[in-house]
Design a protein around this ligand. Structure first.
Ligand code: UD1
Length: 423
């Protein structure tokens, strides 16, 4: 198994180019199931989750040509409608094939994703929405078996009890091929949702309210879509992570190919911690702070502070001058990085869903273990400033969602290399 070895204490400088967004690319790839002709996607990030979903499509019978950041997907040849456990267990987001498979073929089976390190993560809201559209759903042998009514899914009014990104995406894709109008209330508004709406609209699906919490979709009544070439938006979480790399090392670094509007919440928090920014189009530079101040954070849905940036900010807060409070409101168990950061000398106290982070003068290198995707990047960030050597183990989590993290950090001047565990 690979691990990352970091010798801390190096200042960073230079420019890093941000990749396409994993969380935008996944629903875009799932949406290609709504088409029976080839779709070309560009600016895909080079991460394991993308390859996993593309593999799932080939297992269904789709034809995928994937090279670098570009993939051409032809789902005209899909013969199987079953997303098997072996793939879904590797990546929860595989559940995103449920809506489009059901909408296009009228029947499908998708393995239940189960829980994960950051919490239970149920899919009840996805299923309830599809049932409102007339689907019969049965859970048997670990699989969701969904069947559309005679003639196909029907438009419906769906009110989400809770804002759900994946649930909104599945419903949007199902609604695109349904008969009649679907209204989604309390829809998620994340940039990834906007990208999916724009993609569906580019194929002629009428969608009102894009970017708001009320979406109205006119379905095609079962007619497959034809998509023009689609470019994946920049990854706001990767961008936020590099801003935190600049912040924790108190260095000046520049990020290219960023959508600054998507990272406003992270910029605001870093400004309150004492950092300045220069913004020029899709380029942003973070400037060092005279003193890193503590910060108070509550994770909420977009456009508020993202849960996917919580761990990285905790790493920065660990060396701030003073005490920070970080409250996690989206996932009940998303604090696995706390004990690992404390192994590096951080002083973090956890009570319920809030972490009190007392800034320390110094972190010290140690062996730490990655527990989930974003927690892993927080440990890497801490390793960049920890005195001595930090080994971050179980980095398969990182590989799921960060495109060449160690290569990009090394190019900025970090002393970081990937090593293989001796058996
Ligand atoms: C997506 C992101 C993930 C991010 C999360 C919140 C992808 C691939 N993943 O995950 O990185 O952290 O949004 O911004 O885009 N819930 C239910 N029932 C459901 C669905 C969700 O109770 O049927 C709950 C979840 O447990 C969680 C909350 O709703 O507490 C939000 O989850 P959701 O927005 O659905 O997250 P994901 O789409 O899984």
């Amino acid at each position: 198994m690979d691990y990352l070895q970091i010798n801390g204490g190096k200042k960073l400088n230079g420019t890093v180019t941000i990749s396409g967004a994993k969380n935008a690319a996944l629903p875009v790839i799932a949406a290609t199931i709504l088409s029976d002709s080839p779709v070309k996607l560009t600016n895909l990030p080079n991460v394991v989750d993308i390859r996993t979903l593309l593999k799932l499509l080939t297992m269904l019978g789709g034809k995928v040509v994937h090279e670098g950041t570009v993939a051409t997907i032809d789902n005209g040849s899909i013969t199987s409608h079953k997303a098997v456990y072996e793939i879904v267990a590797q990546m929860r987001a595989s559940i995103l094939v449920l809506g489009p498979l059901l909408a296009r073929f009228g029947e499908c089976e998708v393995s239940l994703p189960g829980g994960c390190a950051i919490g239970q993560r149920p899919i009840d809201l996805h299923l309830k929405a599809l049932e409102s559209m007339g689907a019969s759903i049965e859970i048997k042998g670990g699989y969701v078996h969904a069947v559309a009514p005679e003639g196909g899914l029907k438009g419906a009014k769906i009110i989400f009890d809770k804002i759900t990104v994946g649930g909104t995406e599945n419903t949007l894709m199902a609604a695109a091929l349904a008969h009649g109008t679907t209204t989604i209330l309390n829809a998620a508004k994340e940039p990834e949702i906007v990208q999916l709406c724009v993609m569906l609209a580019s194929a002629g699906v009428s969608i009102e309210g894009i970017g708001t919490s009320e979406l109205t979709i006119e379905g095609t009544g079962g007619k497959p879509l034809t998509f023009p070439q689609t470019e994946i938006i920049p990854d706001r979480i990767e961008a936020g992570t590099y801003l935190c790399a600049g912040a924790i090392t108190n260095s000046e670094i520049t990020l290219n190919k960023v959508d600054v509007e998507h990272i406003r919440a992270s910029i605001d928090k870093l400004e309150s911690m004492g950092f300045d920014f220069t913004i020029d189009g899709d380029t942003i530079t973070i400037h060092p702070a005279e003193e890193i101040k503590p910060v108070n954070i509550i994770t909420v849905e977009y456009p508020g502070f993202p849960t996917d940036m919580q761990a990285q900010f905790m790493a920065v807060a660990a060396i701030a001058k003073g005490e920070s409070l970080i409250e996690e409101r989206l996932f009940e168990n998303r604090f696995m990085h706390v004990s690992e950061l404390n192994r590096l000398g951080a002083d973090i106290w956890l009570k319920g869903s809030t972490a009190a982070v007392k800034g320390v003068e110094k972190l010290y290198g140690a062996d730490v273990m990655a527990t989930d995707l974003r927690a892993s990047s927080a440990l890497v960030l801490a390793g960049l400033v920890a005195e001595g050597t930090t080994n971050v183990r179980r980095i398969y989590h990182l590989d799921r969602g960060y495109d060449d993290l160690e290569g990009k950090l090394a190019a900025l001047g970090a002393d970081i290399i990937r090593k293989r565990e001796q058996k």
